[in-house]
Write a protein that binds this ligand. Structure first.
Ligand SMILES: C[S@@+](CC[C@H](N)C(=O)[O-])C[C@H]1O[C@@H](n2cnc3c(N)ncnc32)[C@H](O)[C@@H]1O
Length: 291
């Protein structure tokens, strides 16, 4: 069992002891099999071109990825400068962090209903598009219209989302997460919200919404930067220090009471903890009483 996966009594919607992050994309098969699993489009395009064409294709793909990622990082920084207390991060999450956040969902039996909160430029959304099953439903909530535009044009328009968008299984909700207003609806909530820059009241509101939206046994996954709370608690002064302390206390209590797994992702800037929680006190949905 990985160190970070602790077993909890009761019913989880997936076997926690098997929760392991895919640091290596399946170790089996020949080099070509592995390449096919990582980059089937590259191989398909290189048929007959031999090894050199495959490598050239991979290199082209990497350059394109790098261009997209720089482009998204610039958008991110621009939004951060305009709305620091909403965006709360200077860079989008890395693919490693996206994978860590989505791991409970990836391992869960399907179909599932997923809510991604605070999608930004789509670092996590893109990964979700790759693992979304044919009957899964995904709601993507983002409060900044400019980020929502990026998501619509540059993420939801891509082939990974084509079928899910065409069949109405993906919705973009451009509003604060607190305003979604559903009950016992989602199996998974994957949040990118920057709790450490929020006021305590907002953090409380958001957690109350998460509890309301999740089904019983549903899972909340979110991240926070390593040592960020401790550093802010130490360095902040006056009112800001009181805010950071109260938010930190609130989060620590939730971690103690509800976290069942954590994974520290060093391949992210800054390094981050992906935390996974279940609220065992969520009531069963109301049913019609027997006569
Ligand atoms: C730290 S960024 C995370 C972006 C992306 N998920 C990632 O990991 O790179 C936080 C995002 O949450 C959004 N956000 C902040 N408050 C929100 C709220 N109340 N409801 C929905 N989205 C919110 C911000 O606009 C921003 O895009």
């Amino acid at each position: 069992m990985p160190l970070w996966a602790t077993r909890l009594p009761g019913t989880l919607p997936f076997p926690v002891t098997r929760l392991r992050l895919p640091t290596n994309i399946e170790q089996t098969g020949t080099n070509k099999d592995r390449l096919l699993r990582c980059a089937p489009d590259v191989l398909a395009g290189s048929r007959g071109g031999g090894r050199r064409a495959v490598i050239a294709g991979l290199f082209r793909g990497r350059c394109q990825d790098a261009k997209v990622s720089i482009h998204h990082s610039l958008k991110f920084i621009r939004e951060y400068v305009s709305h620091p207390t909403t965006v709360g991060a200077v860079a989008p999450s890395s693919p490693a962090l996206a994978r860590a956040l989505c791991e409970p969902f990836r391992r869960y039996r399907r179909p599932a209903r997923v809510l991604e909160v605070g999608a930004g430029t789509g670092a996590v959304t893109r990964y979700l598009g790759r693992i979304l099953g044919p009957e899964d439903e995904l709601d993507i909530c983002e409060v900044q219209p400019r980020f929502a535009d990026v998501l619509r044009r540059e993420v939801l328009g891509k082939p990974d989302f084509e079928r899910a968008v065409a069949s109405g299984r993906v919705r973009l909700l451009i509003k604060p997460v607190q305003d979604i207003g559903v009950e016992n609806h989602y199996d998974f909530i994957i949040s990118g919200l920057p709790f450490t820059v929020f006021d305590l009241e907002d953090v409380r509101d958001v957690f109350a919404s998460f509890r309301k939206y999740l089904k019983r046994n549903g899972v909340l996954s979110y991240f926070e930067y390593v040592a960020m709370r401790r550093t802010s608690r130490t360095l902040a002064l006056g009112k800001s220090r009181r805010r950071v302390r109260s938010v930190s206390r609130f989060l620590s209590e939730h971690i103690k009471d509800h976290q069942f797994a954590k994974h520290t992702v060093l391949r992210n800037f800054p390094p981050a903890h992906a935390r996974h929680m279940q609220f065992r006190d969520i009531p069963e949905p109301a049913t019609t009483p027997h006569r």
